[in-house]
Write a protein that binds this ligand. Sequence first.
Ligand SMILES: C[S@@+](CC[C@H](N)C(=O)[O-])C[C@H]1O[C@@H](n2cnc3c(N)ncnc32)[C@H](O)[C@@H]1O
Length: 202
Amino acid sequence: MGSGLPGFFEATEMPSAGWWEALWPDPAAVLDAVGLTSGTEVIDLCSGDGWFTLHIAKAARRVVAIDIDRDILGAARRLLCQNGIDNCDFVAGDAYELGNLAPRPADFVFMANAFHGVPDRPRLARVVHEVLKPNGHFAIINWLQRPRAETIVLGEPRGPKSQLRLSPKQTVEAVEAGGLMLTRIVELPPYHYGAVFNRSAS
Ligand SMILES: C[S@@+](CC[C@H](N)C(=O)[O-])C[C@H]1O[C@@H](n2cnc3c(N)ncnc32)[C@H](O)[C@@H]1O
């Protein structure tokens, strides 16, 4: 059903098969780069078909995969099941409702390839803040703010339209307005960056 769902974030449809795997050949390295540590409680927000969720689950104590699209969530469930992973819960719902969807506080909230489509980003950051444990982290993976025509994967321009792409500065301003603090920006070549935020202990 995808983008027809009420509340669906703009330009966040799960890509057609093939080029996503080519763009992200090593999801575990991405998770490492944004500081995911083993044995933690993690939320994969806007988890899609589980491309990152699978690798999060291999490291984490427990994962909650949240997506508004039940069909996509079903694909993620099948992927993890095929890989013998049983430490993941799958929850269908709108990311803005995170406070009601997350069963327990998280050490780490991971959100890849969806933040650009969120209409009220400080609101989203606030709900993430609410579910994070003290000293918990929020990692956002965004497309670089480059013209779409330049982000070529398997011979075609890919990703959200140029106007929707966020600079690191725009991302930091939106998330810090929601009460979290930037800890670092990481480069994720060829076309992405990660922004990692912290909920202070107080
Ligand atoms: C481009 S996909 C990325 C999936 C995954 N994070 C990845 O990088 O492989 C974005 C996902 O966000 C989900 N989504 C869109 N709007 C949402 C919302 N309001 N709440 C929760 N999930 C949403 C879509 O269903 C889609 O699966």
